[in-house]
Design a protein around this ligand. Sequence first.
Ligand SMILES: [Zn+2]
Length: 601
Amino acid sequence: MAGGGYDLEEIRRRADIVEIISPHVALRKAGRRLVGLCPFHQERSPSFTVDPENGLWHCFGCKAGGDLFRFVEMIDKVDFAEAVEMLARRLGVQPRSPEQAGHQKERERLFAIYAAACAFFQAQLKTEAAQAAQAYLKTRGLTPATIEGFMVGYAPDGWDGLLIAMGKRGYPGQEMARAGLVIPREGGFYDRFRDRIIFPISDSSGRVIAFGGRSLSDAQQPKYLNSPDGPLFQKGHVLYAFDRARRAMSDAGRAIIVEGYLDAIACHDAGFTETVATMGTALTPEHVELLRRRVPRLALAFDADSAGMGAALRSRDLFEQAGLSVRVVALPEGLDPDQVVRERGREAFEELVNAAVPMIEWELTRVFDRVKDGTDLARMDGLREAAATLARLPAGVEREYYTRWLVGKWGSGSPAQGAAMEAAIREEIAQSAARKRDTGRRRKQRDVNKQAPARKPLTGMYGAVLSGLIRHSEIGRPHVAELVPDDFPAELRDVFTAIRGLMERGKKVSAEALLSDLPPEARAVLAELLMMEAPDERVEESIKSAVARIVEARLTRRVAELSRRFGEAKSKEEQEKIGRELAQVTSQRSKLVGQRTVGQE
Ligand SMILES: [Zn+2]
């Protein structure tokens, strides 16, 4: 659960936002507010503003903003739950209910178990029994300092080494089984990890939450064995070495993603401390979210033929939606990042990372490299495959660019040959697009009706209505019923819904009440709304006219939608039905426009 079972209101009440912000920003008073230089973007004159009364902050320069939790999230680069936990600890706020307190206790207990198990594995690596493991780590170039730094350990061969050692420390088998470290069997338990090199996996604040074990011989399968998912660890939510890479990532403005523990360690060792590793899973939406908040750019250093690379290529939409620029590092055939760093040196890897290309270019190059020395027929097939790849890009500058790029790369012959090739590529793209349209058409039509109004700045009619409703809720109350959440741009809907909810429940609309109703992303919007300079006179008039404009915009969208459907109607009955509604909406709209003209001019 977000917030980890803490009473967010209590944290808010006890915290002084100025006290939390001022170690990071030199604030000076400006009226009822405080201002300073924004810690989240470079600036010379202060646009970072704190509203101590409402416990909010907002930067007019980079538009960042929110409440105290958001500030901690951004300044300490942690997620929401961690920010809550950090503040709770700092302010001495206990988890809410006894049940949740118990839950919290159990988590603390699990952390203790993993820490103790980690120490056990580390000690085992130094014993005689771990010779093969030591030798292996040496061949992979790990220095004693690196082994220590990454807390690499060894799980002894046998069935109960960890079980017995932990039993002596007061952790019974039952509890160890819940932690995923031992497995129940008839009359007892046995160790999950046996004769394996152990890589501890940490959460983003560096606490061990799971282990990955690598086998030492091909006979022992699987090669990699992870802790099972549990209360602290979900494989798809965690990236290996993320805790160590966090700061470096922000500094470098990018993250390097590799696939294995040893790849990550080798990269860190060579100074690429912005490296993290997936652990045998594809990049999940949770991973992307974790990265998106810290860096704008990802460099994937995956094995070209791996399942992970295939999955990453299919995730293009996911990256795009997250606004991430993703490039692929072209690793030399058959080498992984670990080998590149160790065998060819730091500079070689640096060069490869800097030469990383957009995913589409990497895909096209791979097709080309595969067929370039082949027969004409093979080359033609390759070209068709490349064109189909291109067709997956939306029409636009990027697709245009890579169409030309493809012709340039492929068409070494005459200009006429080049032109013919370009025509062939365009034809293939058109065909692919047509196939896609056929399947997508029906669904799209249904969605049009729900289309959101375009993104508008808060300073427009949307901002005027919302800030009016918050500041002067008594005056605004009668007008709320005229609006629906879909009238607002997506980022403002939550705020509107929360305001309406408070009014419907007969509660007072205040920043404090809204904060507890809003999801974290919407709090930044709220902060911005509250910091906007809004007139305190002619309030009712300004709310009324903004509401009218919003309703008018809704009707205009509806008229456009109905007109389109009218043109596409398949039967006479359908056309008549649409026509009636169209007439009704049109007259509604003209009435509204008439009122506005009379009322204003
Ligand atoms: Zn800023």
